[in-house]
Design a protein around this ligand. Structure first.
Ligand SMILES: [Zn+2]
Length: 372
């Protein structure tokens, strides 16, 4: 009897230390749970855990101590260290304040167990510690396909001075960029190739479509007959362009004739992809333009390289992508100085970091627009 009491006591203690709010998505079998912790005697959940379950976009404004949280496409504005928040222009109280502990923010459990029901009576029902909720829509950019240009039998452009190969630089930066995106933004990053192999242009885009990627980022280095040509440029799709852009387009599309079966293969791209691109990339041109601008600004600022601007060209590899898609020319391998830098691991790291910053800034803006 005594032993049973102890067992029950230990069990209760464990339960109270590791309490959860359980969430059942309507029409789905598995239950999710949000772990609770006690702060100043009050039950709290970590804001990030809550946001993960409800696919919420959360943004902290450090200057005025606010937390913005989107749930079911509606915005909550919380004041950090205050029990008050606004929702649809009305002020509500959670009785207990939203608190910050270190870098983390904590929401009173009361908000999850009681207030959510009040705001979303059609989507949320509560029974004790179990919430049954509508499946939230996830509009965040969470999946990116990185495309290191060329590979295998196709070396891409080759440097004049050190005979550096474009395919190696592209892959080097892609692998570094993948790490940053995964570690710092928690994004799933997929590569069209992760080693030295040949992948056709069509298969690269198809892969991004099949994987339902939110963004497609193709990485290249530039080349010119003029050994002095230098700098950075970022492209998105268009069928009309300047003669400069046309030269780069010919360079990158040349893969098809050289390595994918000559002119026959080229006309296949022209016929097939043109119809496809009409339906796909057009819808994303504005987003592609924004992504290109965000990346271009960041790579120029971060590397101090010459700014050749954001341009449009008809790249086969961007056509047919059902998502915002851009192509970065990270410098001229035909320019001895730039080739030397591009082959350097530290410079590649910096390049990856600046492209990362560009994607991050774009993502923050895009996530918010798509969720309001
Ligand atoms: Zn290339």
């Amino acid at each position: 009897m005594k032993r049973l009491t102890i067992v029950v006591f230990v069990l209760l203690l464990t339960l109270s230390l590791h309490a959860n709010i359980n969430v059942q998505m309507k029409g789905q079998n598995k239950q999710l749970s949000i772990a609770e912790t006690t702060i100043n005697g009050i039950r709290y959940v970590e804001t990030d855990d809550f946001a993960g379950v409800f696919k919420s976009i959360s943004r902290q404004d450090r200057t005025d101590n606010r937390l913005y949280l989107h749930v079911y496409d509606e915005q909550f504005i919380f004041l950090i260290n205050s029990p008050y928040y606004t929702f649809k222009n009305e002020t509500f109280s959670m009785h207990y304040p939203l608190v910050r502990k270190g870098a983390k923010l904590f929401l009173p459990s009361f908000f999850v167990s009681d207030q959510l029901l009040l705001h979303f009576p059609a989507s949320v029902t509560v029974k004790g510690k179990l919430l049954t909720v509508d499946v939230p829509r996830d509009n965040r950019v969470m999946r990116i396909v990185l495309d290191p240009g060329h590979g295998g039998k196709d070396p891409g452009a080759v440097g004049r001075k050190n005979h550096g190969q474009e395919k190696e630089i592209n892959l080097g930066v892609a692998l570094k960029l993948k790490k940053l995106l995964e570690q710092e933004l928690g994004i799933t990053v997929l590569l069209t190739r992760s080693d030295d192999r040949f992948v056709s242009l069509q298969d690269r885009t198809k892969y991004a479509n099949d994987q339902r990627a939110d963004l497609f980022v193709s990485l290249h280095t530039n080349s010119s007959k003029d050994p002095k040509a230098r700098g950075l440029e970022t492209y998105y799709l268009s069928t009309a362009q300047s003669s400069d852009a046309r030269a780069v387009e010919a360079l990158e599309n040349g893969v098809v004739e050289l390595f994918e079966g000559g002119t026959a293969a080229k006309s296949k791209y022209d016929d097939l992809n043109f119809i496809l691109s009409d339906l796909s990339q057009t819808e994303h041109l504005e987003s592609s333009n924004n992504l290109a601008n965000s990346i271009q600004q960041n790579i120029v600022a971060g590397t101090q390289s010459y700014d050749r601007g954001v341009k449009q060209a008809n790249f086969y590899v961007l056509r047919g992508a059902f998502m915002p898609a851009i192509l970065v020319e990270m410098g001229f391998i035909s320019n001895g100085d730039e080739e030397y830098m591009l082959l350097n691991g530290e410079y590649q790291e910096r390049m990856a970091r600046t492209i990362f910053e560009g994607i991050k800034r774009f993502k923050y803006r895009y996530d918010r627009i798509r969720n309001t």
